[in-house]
Design a protein around this ligand. Structure first.
Ligand SMILES: NC(=O)c1ccc[n+]([C@@H]2O[C@H](COP(=O)([O-])OP(=O)(O)OC[C@H]3O[C@@H](n4cnc5c(N)ncnc54)[C@H](O)[C@@H]3O)[C@@H](O)[C@H]2O)c1
Length: 339
């Protein structure tokens, strides 16, 4: 079984990808410093798989630790999730974001070179597109100036990877540009566990539905969209996890010195109000929400052209928005039962 290092593997997307990798016949090994996750994610993974995964508690920026982890395991690939991701916080604490998100990639690449590990899948984001002029947005669409230090770290990391491959190194790298990950494992054992007030819509919805938050604010009702609220491409985290498996398998079939990037979305946009209505339908719970003013920095509308990933990786989103919201709701309810 090929050993795959998953940095940030206790986090939201990493934990689901760990499960998907085991189901595809890989042996994932996690490093996480639990700065934005909880050890309960490891228990959830263990419950789903019926076995525990090896996990190192530590920081990807700790070069000596990374060297030790690579020395102790013969990895055949890496998926690099570890990063800070709170857009708002990144505008307040840009250095925290630049240091963690960029240094961790540099140290990882250096360690991969030292140990001859070639394959890497990197977590990028549709944030690199900003507000595109033409929709849906394809990989050819020019990136725009980042709206936040967080977004800029993703652009810089993509550039680092491109330069790294351009140098002629015998390595193979894919950047996946995620749209808006939502949902949870259908078992309800793992899911998104935001620490503090959620930054994303769906955890805010589910926390409002169980009474942790008093009400949800919809930021803006005068956008140029069918109902005036913003449009995003909501991708089920199980589909996203599967895209990582497909990306890794594809990398193993490539020759050395390879770089490519792919959008990972459903190819369909939904407004915030559609998400709320769909949640109310699948949960049977009316949601306490109100319309507020626009939020500075929000993009009006973005959704993915997924032709490239459909054709090249043979990957297609399988889950609907209803599925995503049902699974998020199930996860939220199970969380409440555990507390
Ligand atoms: N969730 C989204 O909306 C979204 C969208 C686009 C891209 N991404 C990117 O996908 C990746 C995973 O996102 P997520 O939603 O699972 O986030 P998450 O915060 O749930 O997971 C990230 C994990 O990395 C860990 N971590 C952070 N810095 C670390 C470090 N220096 N060393 C070790 N562990 C560290 C955290 O503790 C956490 O468990 C991130 O790179 C994020 O920027 C996320």
């Amino acid at each position: 079984m090929k050993k795959i290092l998953i940095t940030g593997g206790a986090g939201y997307i990493g934990s689901h990808t760990a499960v998907a990798l085991v189901n595809a016949g890989f042996e994932p090994i996690i490093i996480d410093n639990f700065s934005n996750s909880n050890k309960s994610a490891l228990i959830g993974i263990e419950t789903i798989l019926g076995k525990a995964l090896k996990c190192y508690e530590g920081d990807c920026n700790d070069k000596a630790l990374m060297q030790r982890i690579f020395a102790e395991n013969q990895f055949e690939g890496v998926i690099h999730f570890a990063a800070y991701k709170a857009v708002g916080e990144s505008t307040q604490l840009p250095l925290k974001y630049y240091t963690n998100n960029i240094d961790s990639l540099l140290i990882l690449l250096e360690t991969m070179v030292d140990f001859g590990v070639k394959e890497l899948v990197f977590s990028s984001s549709c944030t690199v597109y900003g507000q595109p002029d033409i929709l849906p947005v394809s990989e050819e669409t020019p990136r725009q100036e980042a709206e936040s230090p967080y977004g800029n770290t993703k652009k810089i990391c993509e550039d680092i990877l491109r330069d790294y491959i351009k140098s002629g190194i015998a390595s193979r790298v894919i950047s996946l540009r995620y749209f808006n990950p939502v949902g949870a494992h259908p078992s309800g054992e793992i899911g998104e566990l935001p620490l503090g007030v959620p930054n994303n819509l769906v955890p805010f919805i589910t926390q409002t539905a169980v009474g942790i938050r008093e009400k949800l604010t919809v930021f803006g009702s005068d956008y140029d969209t069918p109902d005036g609220s913003c449009i995003r491409d909501y991708i089920h985290v199980m589909d996203l996890a599967d895209a990582h498996v497909k990306a890794l398998e594809y990398l193993f079939r490539q020759k050395d010195n390879f770089y490519d990037l792919f959008n990972v979305g459903t190819g369909k946009g939904n407004t915030v109000l559609e998400v709320i209505k769909t949640f109310e339908k699948v949960s049977g719970k009316p949601l306490n929400y109100h319309i507020g003013p626009r939020r500075p920095g929000d993009i009006e509308k973005v959704w993915a052209n997924t032709d490239k990933i459909n054709k090249v990786l043979g990957w297609q989103a399988q889950y609907s928005l209803e599925d995503s919201l049902r699974d998020s709701w199930n996860w939220q309810q199970k969380l409440g039962e555990r507390e």
